[in-house]
Design a protein around this ligand. Structure first.
Ligand code: NAD
Length: 351
C-alpha cells in the first residue's frame, strides 16, 4: 500500500520516515495540516506488527490532531509521531536522542509531546536534542502530565451534556459509569465524586480499580460497564469501544469520556443519535491535555490553561445545539465545525 493511497492520508502536508540503525530507531512523523500553526501531537511507541500498520496509525492520529486543536481554539496544526518498537524492551537513551535529532531536523513544523509508550522522562531526553518538545515543564502543577487537564475537560463536558439534555447544572446524585481507572479515569472519578455524582467503575487492572475504590467509586465487572443503567457513560480506557455489537448495549442517555476514537466507525455516531443517546465527540471533550500542553510550551500553565479547558463545555454545547437543529450526528457536526476553522474556503469560479 502506498502512503498516498492510505484511507487516512487525507491531504497530509508531510510524512517523514527515519531509520537509524545505530540506535535502532525506526520512526515516522506525520504532519496533517499547519494552517493554524505548527503541528503538535504526541509521540507514540508501539510494537507495530508491520510498518504499514505504523503508517496507518500515524496518519489517522495526526489527522485527528488537526480537528482536536482547531475545536480547542488553539493556534496549532495536527501532527503525530510513532516509534516502531516495544517500549518495554527497545527504548534506550540513544534511541530517544536520535528521535530528538529527527524532530529537530523538521525545523519546528512538528512539536512532540508524550503519548502511550512514552513518558515525561523520555520526552526530556528527546528535548536534549530539540526545542520542539512540550509537556515537560517541571514547574507545572502535575510535572507535565496532561491527564488531570484531560479529566477536567471531560468533567466540564459531562456538565455541558447534562445541562443540554436535562437542563440540569448540578451533578448531585447523577450516576456515571467510568470504563477505565487509569490516569484520566481516576482524576475524573475524583472530580465527579466531589461534585456529588455516584461513580461506577471497571478496569482490567486490579491495582487501578482498587485506587478508584479508595476514592469512593463503586467497582463493577468489566463486562457490565457499557450496559449499566446510568445517566452518563464515560469511556476512559481504549478506542473503538462503541461498535456494531456494543452500540445497542448502551443504557446511558449520555456518552462522554476521554478515550480516543471511541466510535469504531462513523456510522456508530448516527446509531447513537437514532437511539436518542447524546454523544460528546471524543476529540472535543478530551482536548484538556493538549490545551495544557500548549500552555506549557507557552510557559504559562496557570490560570489561562484552566479557563481555556473550561471552554470545552461551551464548544460541546454549540455542537449539541447544531446537531439537534440539523438532525445530524454530533461527531459529524464536530468534524464540520473543525473544518470550517482549519480548511481554507473553496474558491468558486467567480472568486
Ligand atoms: P491509562 O493507560 O492510564 O488508563 C487506561 C486504563 O484503562 C488502564 O487502567 C487499563 O487497565 C484500563 N483498561 C484497558 N482495557 C480495559 C477494558 N477492556 N475495560 C476496562 N478497563 C480497561 O490511560 P489514560 O491516560 O488514563 O487515558 C485513557 C484514555 O483517554 C485513552 O484512550 C487515551 O488515549 C485517552 N486520552 C488520554 C489523554 C491524557 O491526557 N492522558 C488525553 C486524551 C485522550
Amino acid at each position: 500500500m502506498s502512503v498516498f493511497n492510505s484511507p487516512s492520508f487525507d491531504s497530509h502536508e508531510l510524512v517523514a520516515f527515519k531509520n537509524d540503525p545505530r540506535s535502532g530507531l525506526r520512526a515516522i512523523v506525520a504532519i496533517h495540516n499547519t494552517a493554524l500553526g505548527p503541528a503538535l501531537g504526541g509521540c507514540r511507541m508501539f510494537p507495530y506488527a508491520s510498518p504499514e500498520l505504523a503508517v496507518e496509525d500515524v496518519l489517522r492520529l495526526s489527522r485527528g490532531m488537526s480537528y482536536k486543536s482547531a475545536l480547542a481554539g488553539l493556534p496549532l496544526g495536527g501532527g503525530k509521531a510513532v516509534i516502531i518498537g516495544d517500549p518495554a524492551t527497545m527504548k534506550s537513551r540513544s534511541l530517544l536522542l536520535a528521535m530528538g535529532d529527527f524532530i529537530e531536523g523538521l525545523n519546528g513544523q512538528y512539536i512532540t509531546a508524550e503519548d502511550s509508550g512514552t513518558s515525561v522522562a523520555d520526552l526530556k531526553i528527546i528535548g536534549e536534542r530539540t526545542a520542539y518538545v512540550s509537556g515537560i515543564m517541571d514547574g507545572s502543577q502535575f510535572g507535565g502530565d496532561p491527564s488531570p487537564y484531560t479529566a477536567q475537560g471531560v468533567f466540564y463536558g459531562i456538565k455541558a451534556a447534562m445541562a443540554f439534555r436535562h437542563n440540569e447544572n448540578s451533578l448531585q446524585g447523577v450516576r456515571v459509569a467510568v470504563q477505565g481507572a487509569g490516569s484520566v479515569g481516576r482524576y475524573l472519578t475524583k472530580l465527579l465524586i466531589a461534585a456529588g455524582a455516584e461513580v461506577f467503575i471497571a478496569d482490567v487492572n486490579a491495582a487501578n480499580l482498587s485506587l478508584a475504590q479508595t476514592m469512593g467509586a463503586i467497582p463493577v465487572p468489566v463486562a457490565d460497564v457499557l450496559g449499566l443503567a446510568v445517566d452518563v457513560l464515560a469511556p476512559c480506557a481504549m478506542g473503538a469501544v462503541i461498535d456494531e455489537q456494543t452500540v445497542g448495549l448502551i443504557n446511558a442517555g449520555i456518552v462522554a469520556g476521554a478515550a480516543n476514537n471511541q466510535l469504531a466507525m462513523p456510522i456508530q455516531g448516527e446509531q447513537l443519535r437514532q437511539r436518542g443517546i447524546l454523544y460528546a465527540p471524543d476529540f472535543v471533550i478530551n482536548a484538556g491535555g493538549i490545551i495544557d500542553v500548549y500552555y506549557q510550551r507557552a510557559e504559562d500553565s496557570s490560570n489561562s490553561s484552566a479557563a481555556h479547558v473550561e471552554r470545552i463545555g461551551d464548544t460541546l454545547q454549540e455542537i449539541f445545539a447544531r446537531a439537534e437543529k440539523t438532525g445530524v450526528a454530533t461527531a459529524q457536526i464536530a468534524e464540520q465545525l473543525a473544518e470550517e476553522i482549519f480548511l481554507p474556503p473553496v474558491k468558486t469560479a467567480a472568486a
